[in-house]
Design a protein around this ligand. Structure first.
Ligand SMILES: Nc1ncnc2c1ncn2[C@@H]1O[C@H](COP(=O)(O)OP(=O)(O)OP(=O)(O)O)[C@@H](O)[C@H]1O
Ligand SMILES: [Mg+2]
Length: 362
């Protein structure tokens, strides 16, 4: 989809991008990562011709970017500019609408799209649509920057550190949103970050850059497994094993479970508990209500209801939760098994031994 062939960029005498060749496939999420000044923003800007290469060619679907008019390119390619770059004199709504207006969408279609994007970004329309960028916090402005880039539903989206200014919770929420969106609509994304955790979480492929050169271009798992290259090793950090858990999901490690129903007789529940340390408790629809511990079984006949451990919202995980998040829940709740719940229904459990002992993580 986007192909770099021997691309270099020099300012005066100094080359800031050096002989870069790589290929981003259609629908792929490519993350460019590397230290400050290594050329990441320059690479993005060469794709939409904000910067022209000194040597080499860049093609989009086989066509040299030089053969596209810059304005056509910029309408077709969403771009989240580093340091936000909203138009200061335009309101939030006008900022988001820039490209749809250039594409002459009718007013209703633009209004609908703006609403949709505000919802996606978790921002209340009534509070923000008429504000100007100077009245927004850094994180809010960043979200509007992302909304603006996605507005006309472009096939290619370039994002230059779009989540840099966000607090960890908002950041993680938006990353999950982007992942969910990406599974659904499969855009070709080139995403720049300094943050290796962000790269590992989001990327189909990671391009590691250093001083204008491509050091490696590979799947996150392979980058994390690279023990030969000193630069990559240093960049990944000593917690590579933990980072790999970000790329593994609970659904691949689900185990069968033991359960009883609230409506089961106490005799049945007691018998069941004789051979288990605990059992999950379900209602008649299969929804998870809590669990019963084995050591309570002697008192069971009188008060099953009161022995059920309830309030388990914090304990449960969904099938698409990463092993890293599951591990984090286990540690914060001090348990070694978690119920895996999909739309309220118990579908299995995940155990600490499956996370720590899994061979993919060795
Ligand atoms: N217009 C310009 N004129 C001269 N030098 C430039 C220009 N734009 C960028 N550079 C230089 O090119 C190099 C690469 O810059 P670039 O913005 O691509 O880095 P980056 O990897 O995006 O860094 P950061 O992570 O800090 O955003 C830097 O050394 C920068 O100083
Ligand atoms: Mg940059």
């Amino acid at each position: 989809m986007i192909k770099f062939e021997n691309v270099s960029k020099a300012y005066d005498e100094s080359k800031v991008v050096k002989n870069l060749s790589f290929n981003i496939n259609k629908g792929e999420f490519c993350v460019l990562i590397g230290p400050s000044g290594c050329g990441k923003s320059t690479i993005l800007k060469m794709i939409n011709r904000l910067v022209e290469p000194t040597e080499g060619t860049i093609t989009i679907e086989g066509k040299n970017v030089r053969d596209f008019k810059p304005e056509i390119l910029r309408r077709r390619i969403g771009y989240v500019i580093q340091n936000i770059g909203l138009f200061p004199h335009l309101s939030v709504k006008e900022n988001i609408s820039v490209v749809p207006k250039l594409l002459k969408w009718d007013k209703n279609r633009i209004d609908e799209r703006v609403s949709e994007l505000m919802q996606l970004m978790g921002m209340q329309e009534s509070l923000f649509l008429n504000k100007h960028p100077s009245e927004l916090s850094g994180g809010q402005a960043q979200r509007i920057g992302v909304a603006r880039a996605l507005a006309a539903d472009p096939d290619i989206v370039l994002m230059d550190e779009p989540f840099g200014a966000l607090d960890p919770i908002t950041k993680s929420g938006l990353q999950n949103e982007i992942l969910r969106l990406q599974r659904k609509v499969q855009k070709t994304v080139v995403f720049v970050t300094h943050d290796i955790d962000e790269a590992v979480k989001l990327a189909d492929r990671i391009a590691v850059m250093n001083e204008g050169r491509l050091v490696a271009y590979d799947r996150p798992e392979s980058i994390l497994n690279n023990k030969e290259n000193e630069f990559i090793k240093k960049f990944v950090g000593f917690d590579r094993a933990l980072k790999k858990l970000t790329r593994m999901y609970v659904e691949d490690f689900i185990k069968p479970y033991q359960s009883v129903k609230i409506s089961d007789s106490s005799e049945f529940i007691k018998r069941k508990l004789e051979s288990e340390i605990f059992v999950w408790v379900l209602d008649d629809n299969g929804n998870l209500k809590g669990w019963l511990n084995n050591d309570d079984s002697t008192d069971l006949a009188e008060h099953i209801e009161s022995l059920i451990v309830k309030n388990i919202e914090n304990f449960q995980v969904s099938p698409d939760c990463s092993l890293k998040d599951a591990l984090s829940v286990m540690m914060s709740e001090n348990v070694v098994t978690l119920p895996v719940v999909d739309n309220g229904r118990l579908i299995g459990e995940i155990r600490l031994s499956d996370i720590v002992g899994n061979e993919k993580n060795s």
